[in-house]
Write a protein of this length. Sequence first.
Length: 476
Amino acid sequence: MFVTAAWIVSEWRSGHHQIFAAGRLSTAHQMIDNDCSACHTTWAPLERLTNWINPESIRSIDNNKCLACHDMALHHLDQIPGHGHDGLSCADCHREHRGRQQLARVEDRQCVGCHQDLTTTSGPSRTFVHSLTTFESTGESSHPEFALKRLLLESSEGPGPRPGFGHGVWAVVDEDSVGSGYRDKAKLRFNHSAHLKSERNARGDMVVGLRNKDGRTVDFSKNCDSCHESDDSGGGMKPIRFESHCRLCHPLLFDNHKEPGHEVPHVSADLVRGWLTERYTLSVLEGGGSKSAGVVAKSLPAGSRRPFPGRSERPGWNPEMVGSVLRSVRVAEAVVQQHRHTLFGHEAKGGCRFCHHINEHEGKWQVEPPGIPARWMIHSRFRHGAHRQMRCTECHGEVASSRSTSDVLMPSIATCRSCHAERPTSKRFVTAAAAAVGARWDCVECHVYHVRNGSNSLPGKTPSGLSSDRGSVSGW
């Protein structure tokens, strides 16, 4: 015994502290593997052995040690228990010396400890499901259908468990104008079915489809990535851009007679008006836009004499010239707003009203912002790159028949469970051995606890609970 004690003291004084560790540190903490004091403030094993109530509650780590390197990103401000020594401590969930590669991948029991009876400072949770213990479809408190799909089911099957007012689902859907269901909140007109149509004759030639700029018929029904491109992180999708995805087929023409083939920029109504005003003004000054333009051209100084600074050599405009520009701008604005127009026939129908909602007031018009969600299920995380071996229609199966932007084309929880389950039902698992184990289905596979958007509330949420910046969670 004395030899052992002497050896332990010798190792400690020599700086070989690894022998006292219960196990290997996680990869993230390997740089402090031999510096126990970087995390530990006390020596707790003896106290745990003599504690007859709850030895797991005894910690040898102070939260301040963790906060020296990590910011204290919270989850919900009204959660019970809270953070710190009067509630949750870092070590309650993040257990070190277990050799894990990711310390953030906590066990389900850490989440279920609160979510089996979810209570807030104002009582039982009214925003999220009150009791949840497993992702499996069976069980007393299994994970419910996604809130987004629950609302859609409510429309067709009657009232059901609705997500609370503070839930992120209300940032992407609302009730339709007649109160008969829920719809995508985006203010845009788009028809997936029309863009995915394709038919071939007996020889396999395309006879129905979209036409490209060369007039050839092409098939987009199996090429979703023609428009939906993965972002640099591989997690989400890049936004749809008019310039790169739409303009080729939907040109914003404004004057087929004087300006054949020319288009206005895809900008706000005010900037379109300014662009048209400048273009027609220059046209008049160059002598090509009005009968009065000839007066201007003739009155311009002859030769190449350089004008004096601050002294205009060009006569002022008369009312007829100004009226000519204004009339041309008004006509062009009316054309560019038209619901449909084409130039030579191969382009699809275009014009602002073809895709956008237009607001008019006192002779001026504005385009309603589309408001397309950057993310649909902001309380979860998902990576398209990890699912790249799947066809898009395996999750978004109704896209080919969708004719309205208001259609919500997100998958249900059953789609996820076909792979993410203890015994998955997906046909991808063709052998008995492979079918015994599916993709991970633990809580942290799809959810995060700590918020990393610089606030102490849910990502993309304002204090009122409504979404304000969904782009902030794109890195989940």
